[in-house]
Design a binder for this molecule. Structure first.
Ligand code: COA
Length: 169
């Protein structure tokens, strides 16, 4: 199985189906940090989950392996920090636990970066230590360590942001 890499498939329907289900798992994963609670049906509030990106232009992608979804990614098509339309941003990125630590996340992130040439910002909540570790190794390998990292703050709190460009000079 390690020889194959999941395929990236564009998704239009984010309100039902596999994207919806995997996004619930993503929220579960971060709930110790975000303190999100499920409702009486056992679901996280997907409208508030998606509010961080669906008020803007975005692309949603599923990662498919052996015809099953094993992860997903949402790319914001403008900066979430200063709205720059030439800057892309990773809104959400998720790999199912049984498919982790096989370098799939890094390879898929590199393929996603390749699809959008220009400036990039990748952000993590300050508490998301493992996510930051993943993004630092993934972006450093992609850019040959040509990356800028800062701690910034918005109304939701402090976050790390890594900036880089894959524009050919
Ligand atoms: C972060 C994530 C996408 C990494 O996917 P992956 O396919 O395992 O990534 P890779 O195999 O390319 O890299 C694994 C590295 O990611 C890091 N990592 C981050 N979260 C991890 C987790 N929950 N379990 C294992 N490794 C994790 C580790 O540092 C690991 O590096 P190491 O082997 O040196 O310890 C995946 O763990 C995940 O979906 N986590 C939950 C959601 C999340 O944190 N998303 C990123 C923020 S948007």
């Amino acid at each position: 199985m390690d020889d194959l890499i999941p395929q990236i498939v564009s998704v239009k329907n984010v309100d039902t189906g596999p994207f919806f289900h995997l996004q619930q798992l993503y929220e579960f994963e971060f709930s110790p940090i975000t303190k999100s609670q499920i409702d009486e049906n056992g679901l996280y509030d997907y409208k508030s989950l998606q509010a961080s990106w669906n008020n803007h232009s975005y692309d949603a992608h599923l990662f498919m392996y052996d015809k099953k979804p094993v992860g997903f990614c949402v790319v914001n098509l403008n900066s979430q920090i200063n709205q720059d339309p030439d800057t892309k941003d990773i809104a959400e990125f998720f790999i199912m636990p049984n498919f982790r630590n096989k370098n799939f996340g890094e390879k898929l992130a590199h393929q996603i970066f390749d699809q959008y040439v220009g400036k990039w910002e990748v952000r993590q909540l300050i508490e998301a230590v493992q996510a930051r570790k993943f993004w630092l190794k993934t972006i450093n390998n992609y850019t040959k360590c040509n990356i800028e990292e800062n701690i910034e703050e918005d109304k939701n709190g402090c976050f790390y942001v890594q900036r880089f460009s894959n524009k050919k000079i």
